[in-house]
Design a protein around this ligand. Structure first.
Ligand code: C2E
Ligand code: MG
Ligand code: MG
Length: 651
């Protein structure tokens, strides 16, 4: 800041300080001046009294001047005037100025300069000189009074009287000392109090500013940097690594199925988990790494100065170990899985924004692949993300525009070769892309929550269509986990059954194993309520998810559907065949119907029959078809198939 600007900013402080200095100076100088004036006034008063005494007794004066030794009587005069104690010396001079008589202290240092003198004589011609003692002995202050002796109009001589003023000076010094101290204290307080107040206010403002800056750049829950701060710091780190020819990794971390966890733990519990995750990540990271919470359940770590890929892998390993340890929330033990997306610099991007975006893309790939994994960014992912984004946009309008349709794929009883029911499968008639299979949009619908209204629509449509079929045929409808977590699925199903008039025992709901991984108790309770309605529950795609036989023991499924991959490979792979055989045996002992999915060839059908599989579904028996075609077929199949056993319909 230039001096002019400084002056402009602090002029009031400068003014105040100068003013205070002036007052302080005055407080130091003025008492001295006032003391001298007071001593002079006192000396003149003494001179007046002595003169009056002299005038009262002119003979004594004449006697003193004319008779040798007569001046000794003057001592009594001074005593009478009340100055006996303070009289240090007096000298009597005749009219010619010759010393006639002297008495008192001889060693008063008269040659020392007066500290003040009233050179101007008063109306009687007297003059005053004020002296300070030399500090060794004698008085500290004394006055010299020059008193002319005029009896009538003639000057008869003069008296030089030395009067002790130590006591008066002492009183004045302590009196003014106290005043000076009080003034200095007031001036000091006048400066220091406003200064202290201004300093405290300035400090509070500084702290508030720092606080605001901190809040703007940090996440309040975890205390970690937020997205903006993270991007800024990654940008700075990128400049450094470019100079040092090093690498950098941006890792985005997301908690699998956090939404469900948050709902079960309630908001506070969810926050606790997020806070603890932040702490654990920070523990694992080094000081020079950058850790942030990007929002929701998404965290990010930028590993700066990475020398080799093994550094990144070592960190991922440490992070994995830290995050898989159980969290203790609301007296519960919570175990999490996470997904990671990794982008490397400079290969995957040379700006912070691009790196963060690419690591997020890699993360969504990891999530799409089922979570609980990590993905490194690849260029092709960018395109996939764009596609998903477009699907999401289109999906939002599809239901309202009536672009969905349900097709039905028959399920056959393998013993009788007659249809026993059909599975409802959704199709999307996209205005530009034509018919879109569920594999392309169900996961997007699940992520966005759109699966809830879509699934309800399918359920209503399927139940309504099934009322047109022969009564022994069931309809199977797929349910997504989200339909269990958002809203009351049992109530929805009951309403739809009531609305459409379909008998509950003709409806089969297909769920997958993934539904049972989290919140098993809550889900099992909902499944039980559905069973109480009389609806059947089938375990779909058995063997592909997180298969746990304990689910089968805890919930009485009506059906287990063997996943297509086992059926597809069982004819050439003995291990797959063994699995199919085991699942069929499991069904027998648990008294659960087994349906083999994806039966495409006669060879597969024959093998399944030999293994004792009760039901089949697949292209060999019928492709998914529209409700009208399906209704006609099932009607005729119901008759013709019973007449032509062991002959499946052509795929
Ligand atoms: P899923 O429930 O296991 O359905 C069977 C899938 O296998 C269907 O695919 C069907 O067309 C196909 N498929 C049947 N037989 C054969 C065969 O012999 N060979 C081959 N290669 N495939 C066969 P789709 O219709 O594409 O459905 C895929 C998945 O989408 C379904 O698997 C289901 O998980 C899901 N899905 C379909 N409709 C719905 C729905 O309305 N709601 C929900 N939540 N999911 C649905
Ligand atoms: Mg299914
Ligand atoms: Mg299936």
């Amino acid at each position: 800041m230039r001096p002019k600007e400084l002056l402009h900013k602090y002029w009031h402080w400068l003014g105040l300080t100068l003013f205070a200095m002036l007052i302080a100076l005055a407080a130091l100088i003025a008492p001295n001046r006032i003391s001298l004036l007071e001593l002079e006034r006192e000396a003149f008063a003494a001179e007046n009294q002595i003169r009056e005494k002299l005038l009262e007794d002119p003979q004594l004066v004449t006697h003193a001047l004319t008779v040798p030794g007569g001046a000794t009587q003057l001592t009594e005069l001074f005593n009478d005037a009340g100055f006996g104690q303070r009289l240090l010396r007096y000298e009597l001079y005749d009219s010619k100025g010759d010393l006639v008589f002297t008495r008192g202290l001889a060693n008063l240092r008269l040659n020392r300069p007066a500290i003040a003198a009233s050179i101007n004589p008063n109306r009687n011609g007297a003059t005053i000189g004020l002296y300070a003692g030399d500090g060794t002995n004698g008085p500290s202050h004394f006055a010299r009074l020059h008193v002319p002796i005029n009896l009538g109009s003639d000057v008869h001589g003069s008296l030089e009287i030395y009067l002790d003023q130590s006591k008066q000076a002492g009183v004045l010094t302590s009196y003014f000392g106290v005043i000076a101290l009080v003034i200095l204290a007031l001036v000091g307080a006048g400066i220091t109090i406003p200064l202290a107040l201004a300093w405290t206010r300035g400090r509070a403002q500084r702290r508030a500013r720092e606080e605001v800056l901190y809040l703007q750049s940090h996440d309040s829950l975890t205390g970690l940097a937020n997205r903006a701060k993270f991007t800024e710091r990654v940008g700075q780190a990128l400049e450094r690594i470019q100079d040092d020819a090093m690498h950098m990794a941006v890792i985005t971390v997301n908690i699998d199925r956090f939404k469900e966890l948050n709902e079960t733990l309630e908001h506070q519990g969810g926050d606790r988990v997020l806070h603890d995750i932040g702490t654990r990540i920070q523990h694992v990271a080094r000081d020079r790494d950058i850790v942030a919470r990007l929002g929701g359940d998404e965290f990010a770590i930028a590993l700066t100065d990475v020398a080799a890929l093994s550094d990144v892998m070592a960190f991922v390993h440490r992070l994995g170990s830290a995050l898989t340890r159980p969290f203790h929330v609301n007296n519960r033990e919570v175990v999490l899985t996470t997904s990671l997306g990794i982008a490397l610099a400079p290969a995957d991007g040379d700006t912070a924004d691009v790196l963060v975006r690419h690591s997020a893309i890699a993360l969504s790939r990891a999530k799409l692949d089922g979570g609980q994994r990590m993905c490194f960014y690849e260029e092709s992912m960018d395109k996939a993300v764009q596609q998903r984004h477009t699907i999401e946009q289109d999906l939002r309008h599809a239901l309202r525009r009536g672009e969905f349709d349900v097709v039905y794929q028959p399920q056959y009883d393998l013993k009788t070769e007659t249809p026993c029911g059909s599975e409802a499968l959704i199709r999307w008639h996209h205005p530009q892309h034509g018919i879109v299979a569920p594999g392309h949009f169900i996961s997007v619908a699940e992520e966005t929550g759109l699966i809830v209204p879509i699934g309800e629509w399918v359920l209503r449509q399927a139940c309504s269509d099934a009322t047109q079929w022969p009564e022994h045929l069931t309809v199977a409808v797929n349910l997504s986990p989200a339909q269990f977590h958002d809203g009351d699925i049992a109530e929805t199903v009951a309403d739809i059954l009531h609305e459409t008039g379909l008998a509950a025992n003709r409806l089969e709901l297909e769920i997958t194993e993934s539904l049972l991984i989290n919140d098993t108790e809550e889900v099992l309770a909902k499944l039980n309520r559905l069973r109480e309605l009389g609806v059947r529950i089938a375990m779909d795609d058995f063997g592909t998810g997180y298969s746990s036989l304990s689910y089968l023991a805890r919930f009485p499924f009506s059906k287990i559907k063997i996943d297509q991959q086992f059926v597809r490979n069982m004819t050439r792979d003995p291990a797959m065949r063994a699995i199919v055989k085991t699942i069929i045996a499991l069904g027998e002992s648990l008294r659960v119907t087994i349906t083999a999915e994806g039966v495409e060839t006669q060879e597969q059908a024959d093998m399944l029959r030999r293994l004792g599989c009760p039901q089949v579904q697949g292209f060999l028996y019928g492709r998914p078809e529209k409700a009208t075609v399906h209704a006609d077929k099932t009607m005729s199949d119901a008759v013709s198939m019973s007449q032509l056993p062991k002959r499946p319909s052509a795929a």
